[in-house]
Design a protein around this ligand. Structure first.
Ligand SMILES: NC(=O)c1ccc[n+]([C@@H]2O[C@H](COP(=O)([O-])OP(=O)(O)OC[C@H]3O[C@@H](n4cnc5c(N)ncnc54)[C@H](O)[C@@H]3O)[C@@H](O)[C@H]2O)c1
Length: 259
């Protein structure tokens, strides 16, 4: 039996829960919250797995890391699981968030009500454009980047969201880290380098679209009538070709979607 260290899944620093399990916890939580809103008291692992889009054996394994095994014939207690997963994800406390770069995306994020309802309170909005300073976005005053360190210090923020053009993202990241931020959500299409102890999550909708384009292309290939197989190969769809700019270039546009 393979018990060597190399076969162990990557785990979180705190309680040895595999990272892959942590990544699925928000999916379970979203499905459970929907059940809770419909006042559903219990749910079977199969039902919950289907609602979360996860294999049920994987779900049971994931929940075993939380010490939650459900009751045979009854299933899992929805409210208790919501509490357990929220606690595990650190959502039973308020997480103040700073958004840097209040353009189209930053303003949309600031206005998104779903953050606050999940415990992420937008505590500060920062932008380098002086014409935005003092402007109200989602009821919060935009502040200038000159005061970034002081704003972070005073607002007790622990999570930074970067929504600046790619060319500014590393510099913004460096300042956030120097100011004490240890978790960054990066929307800019560039790879950030950070010191040990700082977690970066990257969101890139264009990558998701490229993956969908890949599947669409495969589906089209599977459905194509036989005679088409002899036709000359078509030019690859635009989304399959990486147009992503090199980090440091002026590219602040995702490969597929206009920024
Ligand atoms: N991840 C995704 O799926 C996704 C989707 C859309 C856009 N984006 C990216 O998000 C970023 C923002 O897009 P947008 O459409 O909102 O752009 P935008 O031009 O509307 O907004 C960018 C804002 O950043 C500010 N800014 C520039 N340099 C700064 C700095 N050093 N410090 C603080 N603020 C600074 C600008 O003043 C501007 O207000 C871009 O990098 C874009 O490519 C990502």
């Amino acid at each position: 039996m393979a018990t060597g260290r190399n076969h162990r899944p990557a785990t979180t620093r705190s309680r040895g829960i595999p990272e892959a399990t942590v990544a699925r916890l928000p999916l379970y939580l979203r499905a459970l919250t929907a059940l809770s809103e419909r006042s559903v008291p219990t749910v079977s692992s199969e039902e919950l797995a289907a609602a979360a889009g996860v294999n049920s054996a994987k779900l049971r394994k994931d929940f075993s890391y939380l010490g939650s095994y459900g009751t045979r014939g009854v299933g899992y207690d929805v409210e208790y699981l919501v509490y357990q997963i929220s606690r595990e994800l650190g959502l039973t406390q308020d997480w103040p968030v700073v958004i840097v770069g209040i353009g189209n995306l930053g303003a949309a994020l600031a206005n998104y009500g779903g953050f606050a309802s999940r415990g992420f309170r937008v505590a500060a909005l920062i932008d380098a454009d002086p014409s935005l300073t003092g402007r109200l976005v989602a009821g919060i005053e935009v502040q200038h980047t000159d005061g970034l360190e002081q704003i972070i210090d005073e607002s007790g923020v622990s999570i930074g969201v970067i929504a600046t053009p790619a060319g500014s993202a590393q510099q913004v990241c460096d300042r956030l880290v120097a100011a004490g931020i240890t978790s960054i959500l990066n929307f800019a299409p560039t790879v950030l380098s950070v010191p040990d102890g700082v977690d970066v999550r990257k969101v890139d909708l264009s990558i998701e679209l490229q993956i969908l384009a890949f599947h669409e292309q495969r589906k089209a290939g599977e459905e194509a009538p036989e005679e088409e197989e002899t036709a000359p190969p078509a030019a690859p769809p635009a989304a399959a070709v990486s147009k992503r700019p090199e980090p440091g270039s002026d590219g602040d546009r995702p490969a597929v979607m206009p920024a």
